[in-house]
Design a binder for this molecule. Structure first.
Ligand code: KMH
Ligand code: ZN
Length: 310
């Protein structure tokens, strides 16, 4: 599709409140950010739940439901729920949002990795942290394996099929494309694929143009260019805008938001809306129109907002 699909990843589970006052974590903050991002051009809103009192990532299904309903009341954007969850959650904790709330789109992480954000802890003094959970959380990720075995990927995909939720395959490294290829050949996963290249997470591939081209060439070789569509995440600044600008130029799609990057310019913290507005401005310079939620639903073959469970 010629039009650019912009995803806004509002909060995630790795950015901590101490890093930026703009990080939304109450139901109202998430709904308000979702509405602002949708108005600014985001057709997909990617959602994690957080404890509204201290911003800690949460797998509480009632809280998730409150967030999903509040967003649905304010915008018709497609909601893509996480199944990546956060450190400390089991695969069973992570996948339960799919049968419970039956979203249109849900992430499916394509391999295990030492997903680490421990260098962020070096930016702050112990007394600078807003909440007690943040420092051990960041530091502990140095020894954290984000588990996505073949068995659990198969289970996640089956849950999504039963809920008529389309998987968004999160690919953090070239090997994850080979995992996906194995599961396509094994009949577990169907093409065409909706891929999210996750570039620049420590433990995965870097966010450079060389690495992005390597991912694309590998995907072309494994699946064929007609059997997948792709979007990209660049973790950190300026990688978020570099990778997304490359996607604008190459016919891919773009994910921005505070889950992946907190700066709108060097040293300037931005709100989610600022990050969406910036990538929409860049897309305008390249004359790439922005896709609406209805166009994304048609393009990705999604079941529609009237078919979700919230
Ligand atoms: N945190 C991102 C780097 C998920 O939610 O399932 C990847 C992500 C995974 O968004
Ligand atoms: Zn996420």
């Amino acid at each position: 599709m010629d039009k650019l699909i912009v995803t806004a990843a509002l909060t995630g589970a790795v950015t901590v409140p101490t890093q930026t006052p703009h990080l939304p974590y109450t139901v109202e903050q998430l709904a308000s950010d979702a509405e602002q991002c949708a108005r600014a051009g985001a057709a997909i809103i990617h959602i994690h739940a957080r404890n509204p009192h201290n911003g800690a990532p949460s797998s509480d299904m009632e809280l998730f439901g409150q967030i999903l309903k509040a967003i649905k009341a304010r915008t018709d954007a497609v909601i893509c729920t996480t199944t990546g969850g956060a450190i400390g959650m089991t695969p069973a904790d992570r996948v339960q949002v799919v049968p419970r709330w039956r979203p249109e789109l849900a992430t499916c992480n394509m391999g295990s990795l030492n997903f680490s954000v421990h260098p962020i802890a070096r930016r702050f003094r112990p007394e600078d942290y807003k909440f007690a959970w943040e420092r051990p959380w960041l530091e502990g990720s140095e020894d954290f394996i984000f588990p996505n075995t073949f068995a659990s990927i198969k289970h996640f995909v089956q849950e999504m099929r039963q809920a008529s939720a389309r998987p968004e395959f999160e690919v953090y490294d070239v090997g994850h494309l080979h995992n996906l290829d194995f599961l396509v050949r094994d009949g577990v996963i169907e093409t065409p694929l909706w891929l999210q290249f996750v570039m620049g997470v420590l433990g995965g591939i870097r966010a450079t143009l060389y690495d992005l081209m390597h991912m694309l060439e590998t995907a072309n070789r494994l699946f064929g260019p007609d059997n997948y569509h792709w979007s990209v995440i660049g973790a950190g600044y300026p990688q978020q805008f570099q990778m997304c600008t490359a996607a604008i130029m190459l016919g891919g799609h773009a994910r921005v938001g505070l889950e992946d990057n907190i700066f709108v310019r060097r040293g300037v913290l931005g709100a989610n809306r600022d990050l969406v507005e910036k990538i929409v401005r860049i897309a305008g310079e390249f004359e790439r129109p922005i896709a609406t939620p209805a166009e994304v639903r048609a393009f990705l073959g999604l079941k529609g907002l009237d078919q979700v469970g919230f």
